[in-house]
Design a protein around this ligand. Structure first.
Ligand code: LMR
Length: 396
């Protein structure tokens, strides 16, 4: 049965964890996967999360199956964060939300639902994009192509190129957009550019799918939600996958959601009924723990304020690490100006390092990064940053 099974390559991101864990060097640094670490090099368990878990344990609730679409209070919380709690489309019942198994699970159920809705569509993802976007949509049966996005010369978005690629897509193509903190480049669209993209999607009858994995990591919850709200205001029907892995530091709990904006309350009812069929045949219904933690925090004013404070602390520390990395690289004698690292948004820096340089970082210094040159700035700290800056300067 298995004699002809070929050995698959390691996952380009999660595979780095395996290699990192197997590395016995004590000075090793993992800048591969997108995970936030504290200055002590630990994944934080947020105070708001701990307080919510304490409340939950005191209640000792039984663990029956959740509804197929998950916890109602969680889904409501997701909608308020994404669209703003006074959003007209929420009041009009035009948004359906289902709790999902992380952002990846949200993308997968969205992709499976789309395959039933527009089976012959093409999916367009940014060049470059998160490594898993292509795999998820291809495994749902779609052909996936790139649209122009990053310009290595300016280290920003090639917006004219992006518009040209999107305009060339056939009607009803699915366009995967990073709502904020573009992964891997950290280069986001301006508000005016988002408006243009929304108008283009409307004019060309494209289906926007906004992926929002880092809300709160660029500026604030509301500012980072701007693209989603702008698409809502433009009167479009669209998909949003979202995740609390990073913003709640709940990576292993797999807490995400898929939201779909429809044209009416009646459409919403029908869309949700079909989405539930997709979920049922994927994983039946979601898990209780992570969703309950998030719902508890979002619906308790004190815990909510505590969480927003902790999110701001993570955001500020990442910015401090960006600044420090830029100056340490200069001190270490890097000939290149790394000032652009300060302008990139979110957890990552698209450093411009080549695959060979990344490989030298691993082999010579035990520093792990994605072969595309993406490094996770959120894994830098006051103890490892000197070593990383010196190592990077030496491989340039
Ligand atoms: C990343 O891009 O590193 C994260 O989103 C983790 C993952 O699942 O790839």
């Amino acid at each position: 049965l298995f004699s002809n099974v070929e050995l698959a390559p390691r996952d380009p991101i999660l595979g780095l964890n395996e290699a990192y864990n197997a590395d016995s060097r004590t000075t090793k640094v993992n800048l591969g996967v997108g995970v936030y670490f504290t200055d002590d090099g630990k994944i934080p368990l947020l105070r708001a999360v701990q307080a919510a878990e304490k409340q939950m344990m005191e209640k000792s609730a039984a663990r029956g199956y959740l509804a197929i679409e998950g916890i109602a209070a969680y889904n409501q919380g997701v909608q308020n964060l994404l669209f703003g709690k006074d959003s007209a489309i929420l009041t009009a019942g035009r948004v359906v939300t289902a709790q999902a198994v992380g952002g990846t699970g949200a993308l997968k159920i969205g992709a499976d639902f789309l395959k039933r809705l527009v089976p012959n569509a093409t999916v367009a993802i940014s060049d470059p994009s998160w490594e898993n976007h292509r795999g998820i949509f291809e495994s749902a049966g779609f052909p996936v192509q790139n649209y122009t996005y990053y310009d290595p010369e300016t280290r920003g978005v090639n917006f004219a190129g992006m518009v040209k690629s999107l305009e060339a897509l056939p009607a009803k193509s699915v366009v995967l957009l990073h709502a904020c903190c573009h992964n891997p480049t950290g280069a986001d669209l301006t508000t005016a550019q988002w408006q243009q993209v929304a108008a283009l999607c409307k004019a060309k009858d494209l289906i926007p799918f906004l992926d929002m994995a880092y809300q709160g990591f660029a500026d604030s919850i509301d500012e980072d939600g701007a693209a989603v709200r702008l698409f809502a205001d433009a009167g479009l029907c669209f998909f949003v996958s979202s995740s609390f892995s990073k913003s709640f530091s709940l990576y292993g709990e797999r807490v995400g959601a898929l939201s779909i904006v429809t044209e009416s309350k009646d459409e919403s009812t029908r869309v949700m009924s079909q989405l539930k069929r997709v979920i049922r045949t994927n994983y039946s219904n979601p898990a209780i723990h992570g969703g309950t933690v998030v719902a508890t925090v979002l619906n308790d004013p004190e815990l909510r304020a505590m969480w927003e404070q902790e999110l701001a602390e993570m955001r500020d520390r990442i910015k401090l690490m960006r600044n420090t990395l830029v100056s340490k690289l200069a001190e270490a004698g890097a000939k290149r100006d790394f000032g652009f690292v300060n302008d990139q948004r979110g957890m990552f820096s698209y450093s411009g390092l080549t695959a060979d340089q990344v490989e030298r970082l691993r082999a010579e210094f035990g520093i792990y990064a994605v072969s595309t040159g993406r490094i996770c700035v959120a894994a830098l700290n006051s103890k490892n940053i000197d070593g990383v800056a010196k190592a990077v300067a030496s491989v340039l």
